[in-house]
Design a protein around this ligand. Structure first.
Ligand code: ZN
Ligand code: ZN
Length: 435
């Protein structure tokens, strides 16, 4: 059973705001918040109905990070939204009305991704994480989440990314660690023959740039990507230098399987490396960092979503009055997510209202032929996945961190030690350099 979204875009106590949904009842809102540019958070964003609502407003009402605004306008499909964009500086509160204040905070999920803190409405302080991957100490660095004394502000409701809130995903390898694994597979293959090539199969539209950068640094080669991505990365200069529109100048690709540049005859033998998380989850390969599918086909575990441990850290640190899971993981239930987080959730009716379970295939497209099939093909029966390398996730014990703990299970630093730190780091760098 695939994961299901269980967040419909509306926040209790903030009827004037819609987040990451731009259709149906959300069109009754007067402020529209977009956390990042993955398609499962952009439903209705290119619709005439939304444009009509936005045109009826006196000021731009589509709020997003400055970096997301730059990326969004690189796509012709969304060009008509340009006059309605209201870019937010990360970490800087924006007064929307006499009482309503919204602050974008780093989410460390993909370039431009942010969480939103809403204050002043009938719902009290509400934090919507969108998709995120943060450690507790990164929350402690966020000034907007703390009062003048450096204590975390009371949070009435936490709408949280629970994509991997299952016991098997208590920890996930850091993205840097995943990148090193990819690099090893790449260099091992390229060094074997001068015409060998590699394709990185990335499911989401973007969010893997750290790996491109790492490969470029280590091999000196740029990564071939399609014209749409070239256009996108023109807005990210640090990445633009690591990619190329010219397939013949490189042996590294991140192109769709079946692309002309990857077909037989257009180059040397190809090793395929697919970056994913769900594959490992569905195949019970919880301890693997790499997975050999047979031939020159590999999977590497790469997650830009928080692990169960990281979500727990967030809940433990913020101690919200209510937690609203936004996703039910595969083969799980809302009840078990809530139980794992050890919190009271929104009333069940509200959680399930007006929201149809929807398979989400933005970050990974399941290919039934790949899932488990290789083992059947080779052995005639399902076998445990071939483990290539065991991960040893970086786990910081609470004792290793400085400062007080707000609750027994909290593992984050003292906010008073960190509250002065500005959270204005370049949004796209923070995810990868910090984990
Ligand atoms: Zn996402
Ligand atoms: Zn290519």
């Amino acid at each position: 059973m695939p994961e299901r979204e269980c967040f419909g875009g509306l926040l209790t106590g903030y009827p004037e705001v819609a987040v990451d949904r731009f259709d149906g009842r959300c069109l009754n809102a007067s402020y529209f918040l977009l956390s990042h540019l993955h398609s499962d958070h952009m439903r209705g964003l290119d619709s005439a109905e939304l444009r009509s609502v936005l045109q009826s407003q006196p000021q731009p009402r589509l709020l997003l990070s400055r970096q997301s605004a730059a990326l969004l306008t690189s796509w012709p499909r969304y060009a008509a939204l340009a006059p309605h964009l209201c870019p937010l500086e990360v970490g800087v509160p924006r007064q929307l009305t006499d009482r309503l204040v919204v602050t974008a905070l780093p989410a460390a999920h993909c370039p431009g991704s942010v969480m939103f803190l809403l204050e002043g409405g009938a719902g009290g302080n509400v934090l919507y994480t969108g998709d995120f991957r943060l450690d507790g100490h990164q929350l402690a660095d966020m000034k907007a989440l703390h009062d003048a004394d450096g204590h975390p502000k009371p949070i009435q409701a936490l709408y949280v990314d629970t994509t991997f809130c299952v016991p098997q995903r208590r920890e996930l390898p850091t993205r840097s660690r995943s990148a090193e694994s990819v690099l090893r597979l790449v260099t091992e293959w390229l060094d074997r023959a001068p015409d060998n090539r590699v394709n990185l199969d990335c499911k989401a539209r973007y969010g893997y740039e750290h790996i491109f950068r790492r490969l470029h640094e280590a091999t000196g080669m740029r990564v071939h990507v399609d014209a749409e991505k070239i256009q996108l990365y023109e807005r990210l200069p640090d990445i633009a230098r690591c990619v190329t529109p010219c397939a013949s100048e490189t042996r590294l690709h991140s192109c769709r399987p079946g692309s002309t540049c990857l077909r037989d005859g257009s180059g040397g033998p190809l090793r395929s490396i697919t970056l994913s998380t769900m594959f490992f989850f569905m195949n019970q390969a919880v301890d693997c960092l790499e997975y050999h599918l047979g031939g020159e086909r590999y999977r590497v575990l790469y997650s830009f979503h928080a692990s169960l441990g990281q979500v727990r850290e967030m809940v433990s640190y913020l101690r919200p009055a209510r937690v609203v899971p936004c996703v039910v993981p595969p083969n799980s239930s809302l009840e078990s997510v809530v139980a794992l987080l050890g919190v009271a959730s929104e009333p069940r009716l509200e959680l399930q209202s007006s929201r149809l379970p929807t398979a989400r295939a933005t970050h990974w497209e399941r290919r039934p032929s790949e899932v488990l099939q290789p083992h059947r093909q080779h052995t005639g029966q399902r076998q445990p996945p071939k483990e290539i390398k065991r991960i040893r996730p970086k786990v910081e014990s609470p004792g290793r961190r400085q400062g007080h703990q707000r609750s027994p299970q909290s593992a984050v630093g003292a906010p008073e030690e960190r509250a002065g730190a500005a959270d204005t780091r370049p949004a796209w760098k923070s995810p990868f350099d910090s984990d």
